[in-house]
Design a protein around this ligand. Structure first.
Ligand code: HEC
Length: 242
């Protein structure tokens, strides 16, 4: 009986701790390139909260507009904040990477390919992995990039999680994060918000993904029909042999 209880508790554990980024391991962003509304929200959040420092130089606004079903006016109103930038331009900002180096001690890297390089779950966990750390330059650290040089730019939305430390074998170890004071969003809203950004970053890393998946379904359907036809043909050919 005890054993079953133990198994049940282990099975329930992820449900109980859901929401907080795990100290080891990743959260699942469950990205969906067909979810246009999520991508639109993500694009807006990315432009508002990330492009002050980061760029996505391999992506054009016009392509984003076309793929996500936005008009040029939408793009100008919601996505472009750098004077002189037009819809046909790449997603570049006004910040010099030299400035970023001076201000943050690290250049803010181009984010076009980040979700491809590290995987979307890595990005999602990173955005959910900031926690208070007085020893750091901006008072925050991150579970994914230890000693991170990026400030927690979404702190007013999320609040600032704190590390839970426990004594493990005589050593202080971090065992989880807890949010004592929420920001403007509830934890669920913040997860949705960061998932939208992750979804958008996954899209810019491979804009043809949705198309590729759609095409894949047709190709497999076509192959299945071909399979049936060739089978029938084979039967027809061999009918007189036996
Ligand atoms: C105030 C400037 C600033 C803003 C705004 C900002 N970042 Fe950053 N970001 C940085 C800096 C600086 C780094 C480099 C951190 C390091 O290497 O320690 C970074 C690193 C990252 C990385 C790690 C990339 C890699 O390949 O190592 C990701 C992912 C990232 N930022 C995503 C975002 C997202 C998403 C947003 C918007 C919600 C955002 N950043 C907003 C400054 C910023």
């Amino acid at each position: 009986m005890k054993k079953y209880l133990m198994i049940l508790m282990l099975a329930l554990l992820p449900a109980l701790t859901a929401g907080a980024a795990p100290v080891n391991g990743k959260m699942s962003a469950d990205v969906d390139p067909h979810d246009k509304e999520s991508l639109q929200r993500g694009a807006k959040a990315f432009a508002n909260y990330c492009m002050a420092c980061h760029q996505a130089e391999l992506m054009r606004y016009s392509r984003v507009a076309q793929d996500l079903g936005l008009s040029s006016e939408d793009v100008e109103e919601f996505l472009i904040f750098t004077p002189g930038t037009q819809v046909v331009d790449v997603m570049r900002n006004a910040m010099d990477s030299e400035d970023s180096l001076d201000w943050f001690g690290a250049p803010a890297p181009d984010l076009t390919m980040t979700a491809r390089r590290h995987g979307p779950d890595w990005v999602y966990t990173f955005l959910n992995g900031f926690y208070k750390d007085e020893n750091q330059q901006f008072g925050v650290n991150n579970l994914v990039i230890s000693g991170v040089s990026m400030p927690h730019v979404l702190q007013e939305l999320q609040g600032l999680p704190e590390a839970i430390r426990e004594d493990v074998d005589g050593q202080q170890r971090m065992v989880g994060l807890e949010l004592n004071e929420a920001g403007m969003m509830s934890p669920a809203e913040y997860r949705r918000f960061t998932r939208d950004i992750t979804n958008f970053m996954d899209y810019i890393a491979e804009p043809v993904k949705a198309e590729r998946q759609r095409l894949g379904v047709y190709v497999i359907g076509f192959l299945l029909i071909l399979l049936v036809l060739t089978y029938l043909l084979k039967k027809e050919f061999w009918r007189d042999v036996h």
